[in-house]
Design a protein around this ligand. Structure first.
Ligand code: AMP
Length: 215
């Protein structure tokens, strides 16, 4: 499958992507994960991205497009991909359209995961993420805690609260989503690609998507 996952931070894009990739071998491409990996590794990209990310601002479009142009041409994308957290601006969506046409790739769907704001706020404040950049498993202290507090079940690294998941940064990220990313729903509606799924449970979102995609 070749999907774009739209939805506010905390809507469950990452969780849904991880479940869907297991179905047909598509790969999850999360620009947030890539950037956090770069910050942890201390690369030039990471150094440039870090302050934007910690404030809850978007990283400049040119940096993101550079990453994605390379990433989409890697071999593991041939079976399909789920874009998680990209595109995030109209400019990124326009440039992605040109890039996909150049690579002769057709998208199946742009999924809009619609979750009420109070649920999102609660989720983000209680979310924990594995700090190992190769793992980045997601937990929730209320609904899906790691077996041992603060330790990732999958790789044993620390499961931590992200630096951009302070209340101030969360509110700013949600505002940024409304201003810059929500307009993409209209962009992909015009392309006839939008499927909106409302659900406070990622399992229900996955069920609906499987049906819509014929799996
Ligand atoms: P996420 O894990 O998707 O919430 O992303 C974490 C942070 O990485 C965001 O708040 C942005 O600072 C940055 N980021 C991730 N994806 C993008 C993107 N497509 N465009 C710009 N910034 C991004």
């Amino acid at each position: 499958m070749k999907l774009i996952l739209l939805g506010a931070p905390g809507a469950g894009k990452g969780t849904v992507a991880k479940i869907l990739t297991a179905i047909d071998g598509s790969v999850q491409i999360s620009t947030g994960d890539i950037l956090r990996g770069a910050v942890q590794a201390g690369t030039e990209l990471g150094k440039e991205a870090k302050s934007y990310m910690n404030r809850g601002d978007l990283v400049p479009d040119s940096l993101i497009m550079g990453i994605m142009e390379k990433r989409l041409q890697e071999d593991d994308c041939k079976k399909g991909f789920l874009l998680d957290g990209f595109p995030r601006t109209i400019l990124q969506a326009e440039e992605l359209k040109v890039l996909l046409a150049k690579l002769d790739i057709t998208l199946d769907m742009a999924v809009n995961i619609d979750v009420p704001r109070d649920v999102i706020l609660d989720r983000l404040c209680t979310r924990r993420t594995c700090e190992n950049s190769k793992c980045q498993a997601i937990y929730n202290v209320k609904s899906n805690p790691p077996k041992q507090e603060g330790i990732c079940d999958k790789c044993g690294s620390a499961a931590i609260q992200r630096e951009d998941e302070t209340e101030e940064a969360i509110l700013h990220r949600l505002q940024t989503y409304n201003d810059k990313t929500a307009p993409l729903i209209g962009f992909y509606e015009k392309e006839g690609l939008v499927k909106t799924v409302s659900g406070t449970s990622s399992d229900i979102v996955v069920l609906e998507l499987k049906e819509a995609l014929g799996f």
